[in-house]
Design a protein around this ligand. Structure first.
Ligand code: 5GP
Ligand code: MN
Length: 338
């Protein structure tokens, strides 16, 4: 954030504001952690602040401090709408294009308020008064830490804020191992532990909560995996029927896509997941090295994200989608075999 932006934010927050904080649709640990961390910080400064999520978020995040007060725009629609109408400031966290907010997009496009974006995805939109965008960052949670530091208020980071920010940094970095994890990330995380984040307990709450049905679904996913060594690619499919047979709940497929990348010689991994209710196939893309899945998802599957982790969708059936993917892949043989 530059000096001008810091001045603008300080001036906005020097007056009492009605603040709404918004993560992207299907929020993950970084989206929820950054929103809750920022909310707790703003409440501590005497501001009014509410988190409004476009839809529900996974159970493995529902222990996070303040998570019980998140409004779900689908479920608590009238309350959320009213808060949005009254809002004087809107923070948008962990996304950079209003199309990432589902049904909220139309409301936000019409809304006149001071928008503040904090985000680490590529190609940011220009809807915000203050755009704090940095694609080199490990996570939006690390950026919220920086944001608080820019305001000179690191000492205002409570145990709850530290817990929320730690959780998002941990989930977005694959437990501190992805390329965007810097020495600075570790310094921030160390400070969050000093300020009360219980690293072992957070890890257990997020990762050690498997149900038998989720592990069985993982078994199905792994046996469905197709490996294409000549493209250094592995992909998984999960149909709605397979999800139904395993009592699928939001968040159950989190992390499945990464198994492909653990194969020796595989640098590109995908998972195709049918969502009958939305009539789409949701796709997650992951890569190791220089192959940009952000560009691949943007170009072919109406999505985007980061260089090594992106998402997208297809409106065709599972079979058609996979067939289309296999056709497209043929054009990438040399890029995938540098
Ligand atoms: P995931 O595969 O875990 O859903 O998402 C991986 C990354 O890509 C995340 O950073 C997420 O925010 C981003 N992402 C997921 N789906 C989409 C999408 O449809 N469009 C864009 N622009 N980014 C996405
Ligand atoms: Mn993120």
């Amino acid at each position: 954030m530059n000096l001008e932006d810091i001045k603008t934010v300080k001036s906005i927050l020097s007056k009492p504001q009605k603040i709404v904080i918004i993560p992207h649709k299907n929020p993950d640990g970084d989206a929820i952690g950054s929103c809750l961390g920022l909310q707790s910080f703003l409440l501590g400064k005497g501001q009014k602040a509410t988190v409004v999520s476009p839809n529900d978020f996974p159970k493995f995040l529902k222990w996070m401090p303040g998570s019980d007060l998140v409004l779900n725009y689908e479920r608590e629609n009238s309350e959320a709408k009213k808060l949005l109408e009254e809002a004087t400031v809107v923070f948008t966290l962990d996304f950079n294009d209003l199309s990432r907010t589902g049904q909220l997009e139309a409301v936000l496009k019409e809304k006149s308020a001071d928008f503040i974006m904090i985000d680490h995805h590529q190609q940011p939109g220009d809807y915000a008064k203050v755009t704090y965008s940095d694609v080199s960052m490990s996570s939006t949670c690390e950026m919220v830490y920086n944001f608080i530091e820019y305001l000179g208020e690191v000492d205002g980071i409570s145990k709850d804020i530290a817990t929320n920010l730690y959780t998002g940094i941990m989930t977005d970095t694959g437990s501190f191992k992805y390329r965007s994890t810097s020495s600075r990330t570790h310094r921030v995380v160390a400070d969050l532990i000093d300020r009360g984040a219980d690293n072992m307990q957070i890890h257990q709450q997020v990762f050690d909560n498997n149900s038998p049905s989720r592990l069985h679904l993982l078994g199905v996913a792994l046996s469905n995996m197709v490996i294409l060594p000549e493209y250094r690619t592995a992909y998984i499919t999960l149909t709605q029927q397979e999800l139904d047979e395993h009592d699928f709940k939001k968040g159950d497929t989190e992390g499945f896509v990464n198994y492909g990348l653990t194969l020796e010689g595989i640098n590109f991994a995908l998972i195709f997941i049918e969502n009958r209710e939305e009539g789409i196939i949701k796709i997650s893309f992951r890569s190791i090295g220089d192959f940009s899945v952000n560009e691949f998802a943007r170009e072919h599957f109406n999505g985007g994200g980061h260089d090594n982790a992106a998402g997208g969708r297809s409106d065709a059936s599972m079979d058609e989608t996979v067939e289309r993917f296999n056709t497209i892949l043929k054009n990438y043989k040399s890029q995938l075999n540098p």
